[in-house]
Design a protein around this ligand. Structure first.
Ligand code: DGL
Length: 258
């Protein structure tokens, strides 16, 4: 079984991409909506939550963990890899690989939570491979609560996106990484604001491709099943979470409280 976790419903963009690419693999998701957002919290707290989330998924039978959260990937990956025996996939490296591949100018923008931007993990990973690339990061802490609240196309959301992207508009970036798994739900608004010439990278899609490749190379890890189950757990039950989840998957979603 593939185990996926996020601070809330944003990681469902990763789960959706996994369902599309690997429909015959059983999957279990945990969205920690009772504790979202993770982004403004300290690395220690995010690490503790990530350990708990991983333990939950392993108890349910996960054999591969996908950290479908950039904030947790930024600060907790090493700890989880040291602590648990199963393979752990994070969302940052696949997005970095794609950004380096498609950027022609070598000027890349990153938007993410405070935890992700403060960790500098995107800049470090990009410049480790391409020391001449310039990376411009912007923390956008209000976007996760707006997505969790279902404010995906409101005037206020557009205004906040405009404010956050303004400094990046003058940096001549040609690539912008959506460094938070909640942001794919705001793709149209972000693209409209940053301009058509800037290519957006969706870390959820890149991670799903990476997971597919990984499982093709390790087929015994999570065997395919004829009627593979896809089960979604959350740490709280709210009407808004169900509504946004339905919007992500385009089907009514049963969210089991754990
Ligand atoms: N989806 C998470 C991420 O990718 C959001 C983190 C948060 O809860 O702040 O960073």
């Amino acid at each position: 079984m593939i185990g996926i976790f996020d601070s809330g419903i944003g990681g469902m963009t990763v789960a959706r991409a996994i369902e599309q690419l690997l429909p015959d693999h059983p999957l279990i998701y945990f969205g920690d909506i009772a504790r979202t957002p993770y982004g403004p919290k300290s690395p220690e707290t995010i690490i503790n939550y990530s350990i708990r989330n991983t333990e939950f998924l392993l108890e349910k039978g996960a054999k591969l963990i996908i950290i479908a959260c950039n904030s947790a990937s930024s600060v907790a990956t090493e700890t989880l890899r040291q602590r648990f025996q199963v393979p752990i996939i994070e969302v940052i490296s696949p997005a970095v690989k794609k950004a380096i591949k498609i950027s022609k100018s070598g000027r890349i923008g990153i938007i993410g939570t405070k935890a992700t931007v403060k960790s500098n993990v995107y800049r470090d990973k990009i410049q480790k491979r391409e020391p001449d690339f310039e990376v411009f990061s912007m923390a956008c802490p209000l976007l996760v609560p707006l997505v969790e609240e279902g404010w995906l196309n409101k005037r206020e959301t557009k205004m906040i996106i405009r404010r956050y992207l303004h400094p990046l508009k003058n940096k001549q970036i040609d690539t912008l990484v959506l460094g938070c798994t909640h942001y794919p739900l705001l793709t149209d608004l972000i693209q409209a604001r940053i301009g058509k010439k800037v290519q957006l990278i969706d870390s959820s899609i890149e991670t799903a491709h990476y997971a597919k490749e990984y499982l093709e190379n390790h087929p015994q890890l999570v065997p395919q099943e004829a009627d593979a189950s896809h089960t979604y757990y959350t740490s709280d039950s709210t009407e808004t979470a169900r509504k946004v989840a339905k919007r992500i998957f385009n089907r009514p979603m049963e969210l089991i409280v754990a």
